[in-house]
Ligand binder design. Sequence first.
Ligand code: XIL
Length: 298
Amino acid sequence: GTTLGAAAARSGRYFGTAINASKLGDPAYTTIAGREFDMVTPENEMKLDATEPRQGQFVFTAADRIVDWAAENGKRVRGHTLVWHSGQPQWLQSLSGSALRQAMVDHINGVMGHYKGRIYAWDVVDEAFADGTGGRRNSNFQRTGDDWIEVAFRVARAADPDARLCYNDYNIENWTWAKTQSVYSMVMDFKQRGVPIDCVGFQSHFNSGNPYDAGFRTTLQKFAALGVDVQITELDIQGAPAATYAAVVGDCLAVPRCAGITVWGVRDPDSWRSSDTPLLFDGNGDKKAAYTAVLDTL
Ligand code: XIL
């Protein structure tokens, strides 16, 4: 039979998963991950606290395990994530102003330099907008000035010109939400002013607070029309209804610039929201109904 990655490749797309380095020693895990997916995203190993636990001292041990595993198994890597309000080491949280801005620049250069030429796309900035109102999230980076996002993208372009540069966020799947409109306006502004951005990642954590809505396809089309790729970057769906998984895949396939889909984990117990059983494989490693629905739609 075929696999998710092979099925997605028939339309030039990828099908990925988040990978946790601590599970690469589990053959049940690597058997499924190795067989089904052709793109991997380190779930936590490239985050600020993991890669720069002390200022200027970079640690790539865990992230390298994933990138090396991907290379050995012929898979591409989405880098996740360079600048985020969460997962920050203590030293970074104590900085502000120009010192924090410089630390951001140095961090992007340090991490992207280490992985130069090996990353398909980077989530340069993750989750910079607030829920509800759609204003900027009040993070330490935001307090260094509104231009912090475009600075991050310009530095990233110079650090690895071959990597696609993405803005990634959650609760931007519904076209009618204020947060979606705010991100859309930012991307339009970046394209008009020549700020280097290549893709927008829609995390797509669907649950009762952010239910899947058929308007997702409109959102993907609108962003793609700005001249960026769109990617579904962290897909999981509470309860994993087969019809909803099929609808999400159908939305991506309907948009030529939807480059691919990544699910946020392999088996339900691997999920950050394991009690939602939101993934495509159960704890025994067996394919769920949602798996079949995805494969049949691809
Ligand atoms: C989550 C991981 O899955 C957890 O293991 C970790 O404890 C917290 O981060 N948005 C993102 C991801 O961009 O990095 C988050 O991943 C989930 C929400």
